[in-house]
Design a protein around this ligand. Structure first.
Ligand SMILES: *Cc1c(COP(=O)(O)O)cnc(C)c1O
Length: 471
């Protein structure tokens, strides 16, 4: 398989060469030249275990990794020790033909571990092959940072510098990150908000000389391998709730940067019988608005609302370009033009075009949710089933139940465990959720990290002092 850019300006490259890249050199996103077909493989894949299925799906996408090596990397990643059960992604009933797909049993209790844990092993493998090292720089408002750190801890030739807004994450999330005591993990609490952290990452990444000298890389949600690894659980979930390979399903996905649901779109393009991909946003409804109106309008920093499902608080959806690429018939010239409009005027408008009328063929239904909806949904699910869901999952369940067509099973993706967002659970239910074993007293552990001002030069100085492999 070779990879190209959505904007057409990159010569085709194999998987291991794009693994560590962020954007393509022309500013586009990296995408496979075509999607492998799985339509005639469903019978063969149905009985497979999670790691076997992951290998079947990922090997055509990562075909320059020798099969035995890929197999081993996958087997080491998707273990019961790492994800809590042999199922890896267990399914729970939530009602008549409604299911919860557990994606949050990895080390940081959010779905990002599903891909990030594999990424850690892939990075270590490729860096060892090429004799390189990498210093990952990122900004987090919670889930991404801890997921990246737990994926890269103890890995050779890679270190992580993670910026987070000082005092702004939940005590649980803060404790998850800052209690790590690993020589290759550096927590930097910035006296500012998440956007300040992101601006520092951008400024450092735009300093080409610094970036090259200190081998700076990223693991943000546009990383192709993260998307690829997420395709697997759509298949796994399908097999878990159906008996035959001509049944259809609906999947409800709490969405932020469009990474998770993009994997669902790709699974559907590969031939998985998903009738409905139900996209749920919170109050930051950029994506819901696009599917309703054809207008994709990025929000300004001031317009982004800080909500009780914070991992979905986005001004624009960084993976969306990959979907629009498919929606406009994979024509890079159109993408180039649309994203120039987005840069120049803050939006593009497909409402009058044939592409908007044709969107139906991709199976999307969308909706948005509010803080009150989330609390009501958490309450309703708890009263009906005794299961406590987190705020992000609640956005998905709320919109999923609203948008589903009857007669097919609805699978709601559980993107985090409620223990991460105790405050909202207490607001909804008047009680705290149970914590998984091992996390009971996490806030009491000693914390490690530095606190810095919003100061690019100071952050660069800190990285320069601690980075791996400096010439
Ligand atoms: C990251 C995240 C999301 C959003 O996922 P995208 O891939 O960005 O759409 C939803 N819920 C939780 C808990 C997350 O951490």
């Amino acid at each position: 398989m070779h990879y190209v850019s959505t904007r057409g300006g990159m010569a085709p490259r194999p998987f291991t060469e794009v693994l560590i890249e962020g954007l393509a050199p022309d500013g586009g996103l990296i995408i496979p030249e075509s999607y492998p077909s799985a339509a005639d493989k469903l019978a063969e894949w149905r009985p497979l275990s999670y790691p076997e299925l992951a290998f079947a799906i990922l090997s055509p996408l990562a075909d320059d990794v020798p099969a035995a090596d890929l197999r081993q990397l996958i087997d080491r990643t998707y273990t019961p020790e790492n994800f809590g059960s042999v199922d890896i992604t267990p399914v729970k009933p939530l009602g008549e033909a409604v299911y919860l797909l557990g994606l949050s049993y990895g080390p940081t209790l959010a779905f990002k571990d599903m891909a990030m844990q594999l990424l850690g092993n892939l990075f270590e493998y490729v860096l060892a092959k090429t004799g390189q090292c990498l210093n990952i720089l990122g900004a987090t408002s919670g889930d991404t940072g801890s997921s990246a750190e737990y994926a890269m801890r103890g890995k050779r030739n890679v270190s992580v510098f993670m910026l987070s807004p000082h005092g702004k994450m939940s005590p649980f999330q803060t404790a998850q990150m800052f209690s790590l005591d690993e020589p290759n993990i550096f927590n930097i609490a910035v006296r500012g908000v998440f956007d300040d952290c992101q601006d520092i990452v951008k400024a450092v990444s735009n300093d080409a000389e610094f970036k090259r000298r200190y081998r700076i890389g990223t693991v943000n949600s546009i990383n192709w391998a993260r998307v690829a690894a997420q395709i697997v659980y759509y298949f796994k979930a399908y097999f878990a709730v159906t008996q035959t390979n001509d049944e259809e399903i609906a999947v409800a996905v709490p969405s932020g940067n469009f990474g998770n649901i993009l994997a669902g779109h790709i699974a559907r393009q590969m031939g998985l019988p998903i009738r409905q991909l139900i996209l749920a946003t919170n109050e930051n409804n950029v994506l819901d608005e696009f599917f309703r109106t054809g207008v994709y309008r990025a929000r300004s920093r001031e317009q982004v609302m800080h909500t009780s499902s914070p991992s979905m608080d986005i001004s624009k959806a960084s993976n969306f370009e990959r979907f629009v690429f498919d929606a406009v018939g994979r024509d890079p010239a159109i993408i180039h033009d649309l994203w120039r409009q987005l840069d120049d005027q803050g939006f593009f408008d497909l409402s009058g075009s044939v592409y908007f009328r044709d969107l139906e063929r991709f199976g999307f239904s969308t909706g948005a949710s509010t803080h009150a909806d989330r609390l009501a949904t958490i309450r309703r699910v708890y009263e009906d089933t005794g299961v406590i869901i987190d705020t992000h999952t609640a956005d998905g369940v709320k919109v999923g139940l609203e948008q589903r067509q009857m007669g097919i099973p609805l699978i709601c993706l559980e993107t985090a465990l409620p223990a991460k967002f105790e405050e909202s659970i207490v607001a909804a239910l008047g009680r705290k959720p149970d914590r998984p074993a091992g996390y009971e007293a996490i806030e009491a552990k000693p914390q490690h990290g530095v606190v810095m001002d919003v100061d690019v030069a100071a952050v660069q100085g800190y990285i320069a002092e601690h980075a791996l492999g400096v010439e």
